[in-house]
Design a protein around this ligand. Sequence first.
Ligand code: SRM
Ligand code: SF4
Length: 572
Amino acid sequence: MSDNAPPARSQVEIIKERSRFLRGTIAEGLRDSSTGALAEDDTQLTKFHGIYQQDDRDLRPERARKKLEKAFSFMARLRIPGGVVTPAQWLALDRIAGLRANGTIRITTRQTVQFHGIIKSNLRQTLQEINAALLDTIAACGDVNRNVIATANPYESRAHAEVVAAAHAISAHLMPRGRAYHELWLDDELVAGGEREDEPIYGALYLPRKFKIAIAVPPHNDVDVYAHDIGLIATVQHGRVSGYNVLVGGGMGMTHGEPQTYPRLAEPIGWCRADQVIDVCEKIVTVQRDFGNRADRRQARLKYLIAARGLDWFQARVEERLGWHLAPMRPFAFVRTGDRPGWVEDAAGNGHFTLFVENGRVADRDGAALRSGLAAIARVHQGALVMTTNQNIIIAGVAPAQRPVIDALLAQHGMHNPDGGLRRNAMACVALPTCGLALAESERYLPTLITRLESHLAEVGLSRDEIVIRMTGCPNGCARPYLAEIGLVGRAPGLYNLYLGAAFDGTRMNRLYRKDLDEAGLIATLAPMFATYARDRREGERFGDFALRAGYVPAGDDPRYFHDPPAGGAQG
Ligand code: SRM
Ligand code: SF4
């Protein structure tokens, strides 16, 4: 390449550039009834509208045998900052799940919901129904800022309500401004070829890669604040949010066999006042927009920019754009990640019930009619429903008189929170059959594995002990497995890499312990560890901390920011 040659760009950059602000040929593709799919380039663009083209991988062999095209359908992901919906909105989601999707609602690890199995001819109708419920799917996926997540339950305190409001404000500020979404899905007037469009924050190429923001209210780290491009930790004074500690450069994704990709925890750059936080987020986004890697998508997340240029360089660029310096970090402490299933009561005496939803799948099956039950609750409930970042849901703001009604509906529909400390702290990503990137089962398998592990935990008296376990069907990290005390990452059908040693409060990642374990191997490895832990643990010692002290995985120099270095190749 000559010195004057333009820098290399990935194919997705070229698709974005030619897309006329995310239109591509989606409209034509929707009209084409000869296939259940869209044009390949357009499938990159629909992500910005919250839509993924998928196919049912269970059906692939049969369809191939019959020489049929894949069983294409679409996944739609909503943008719900802070995860709060009204009961009426929940009922609209429930109706859409039954009429347009596969009969389930999937609560995600980013506090929103997904519908799976929408066929192409139903897509526009589905999006219109979502919008009619005053919800949308704009920028839920794609190279833009995604759903902004926040410590669940705005009803818990005034500060909690303020961070959910901040999540909404940041999300709105960083939303793409183009009209393509409205035009394609909601019957707006066509502007293509007409008035000039502009994306004041993103520009025509949007960001080099996806971008994520999370807000935590200590001492609860339910959002895994270190796992995101921007992590904001609220500081609270006299019950109000005074400002935010700002972390940058977190991310979970990696690729097996590519040691230059790795999960990384976000690092602190300073504190800002609450009224400055939108500006800070915007400037961080624009530095990534201007300097992020647009040639290699595997190196395009903010974490790699910061790793390459250094945190000081990055902070200086952000402060240049702000025109002022961030203040020193303020003290904070986390005690746990995850959710706290069951009732809690606020100062006003209202109740909030966190319902455990196994791997986020709201469905009617196996004796627990979760979908019908939540719909029945939504019909009588007067507060809100709040999705958590751990795939659960909170029935929030229940007046004392209403509590027996909710309790009765929970019981009637078989909706019981599990007792087991491992299951209560478990998450699995979607994986098969809809995720095109899955190498192994996850959502469909983790419950069975947990049942088997539970019998070993019971033998040594650990049934109720909280241990965080997370599984993903590939190394992309959608259930944040590298922050789990037991992390299981799919390598191939039935085979998982086992990671140990993360902190219970989500401030330290785990490390690879063993590769390619099948179920027998996982149980044979973990059962004796549980026994040793039950026997040798110190007062209050968590399983993740014990794994380091027992030497299952090395503690290293600074485990807080540890990831396997490229030279070690231990990741895979
Ligand atoms: Fe994810 C891609 C599901 C949270 C890292 N993720 C995907 C796709 C869309 C597969 C694809 O690209 O074709 C999956 C769709 C599966 C399906 O059938 O529904 C998928 N991710 C999910 C969800 C639904 C998992 C879940 O069980 O809840 C989560 C939806 C969140 C949301 O509502 O927006 C989900 N994904 C995450 C998280 C966790 C988080 O953000 O807190 C991560 C790790 C954090 C991060 O981004 O670093 C995550 N997903 C990825 C990656 C790897 C990104 C990277 O930097 O390497 C991919 C693949 C990619 O982008 O190329 C991916
Ligand atoms: Fe799919 Fe991998 Fe994400 Fe699981 S971790 S949903 S298998 S991309």
